[in-house]
Ligand binder design. Sequence first.
Ligand code: 13P
Ligand code: SF4
Length: 376
Amino acid sequence: MADGTHGFNTDTDLQADIAELTRTVYPKIESKVSLLEWQLHVPLIAKINRLKRQKNAVILAHNYMTPEIFHGVGDIVGDSLALAREAANTDAQIIVQAGVHFMAETAKILSPDKTVLIPDLEAGCSLASSITGADVRAIKSAYPGVPIVTYVNTSADVKAESDICCTSANAVEVVESLGVDQVIMIPDQYLARNVAAQTDVKVMTWAGSCEVHEQFTAQDIRGMKASFPDAVVVAHPECPPEVLKAADFAGSTGAMIDYVTQEQPAKVVLVTECSMADNIAHASPASEFLRPCNLCPHMKRISLENILRALESETHAVEVAPEVAEKARVAIQRMLDLKKNTGKPGYNMERAHMIDPDIPVISRQSLANAEPRRHG
Ligand code: 13P
Ligand code: SF4
């Protein structure tokens, strides 16, 4: 609150909330967050939760948020698909996106009348920054008539130039829903190759990648399996196909969590961002989580401090130009309207292990090289 009270009439009120949070939330994260750290976090969590109620705000928290955000203040937690769905359905007047910028833009596109806040404007994504709306227009003019399937990890400008969006949860379903024999799937070359292994539709892609998942190698996984033969390897489809080939399960972050919490493997390697294991440790008491994992520097820009600041001052409000938002909404809505839209099961591992399609990768360079030929 601008008056600095955060909705607490007295210090006793604040202490009561702190005691309640320590009883209800701390047990979920105590194996990951020391009591000392918790004592620093809990007043912020109490203030954020009070302000949310006062301002009719909701916090959408991605699975890669740190445990104190995920369990302490997240109202809706999940993968990109779950968060997009919730952004379209929530009755709250303010949405705070505890995630990265493209997620906040997606929320704004789906809920244009709501205030959508991102706690740090610099929370970007290497995939989103790999391609622009102008690049997509160049692709469309080089490959007329081939549908553009766009990963949600992109800017509103890119979505506005696309036929349909997808997430890692529903990418195969989206590609197959179009009833065509060829698509261009942008911008993640690894997700596109992993999807191409799952379907008979021909897939072309763009030269983008996730800076977190591209670092994992099949050698990492084989090394892990050699040391711990009984470890179950669960990988995100933004990883290179060679990594999926060595994995036991692949799916969106939501599908990975469901798999581990249901199967409760004794030893598990989550080949993805590090906070995932921390967030599900409490719900998977029988599982031991083994490294490797990598941190996403963009997701890690979000903290309790900047979430509180965002709610207090209602910054940074995300805006999307109405003409861009209108076109981008069509592409997102087509994805959300898909009949089946289960978005949960993992990838078909038999196909992931057997097929490694070498698919065409479009880049600015390849488009520039093709240009003179087209006009020559
Ligand atoms: P999902 O949560 O949709 O699996 O995406 C992972 C990711 O990297 C989001 O940035
Ligand atoms: Fe982007 Fe990768 Fe970070 Fe997700 S994990 S936000 S895809 S850089």
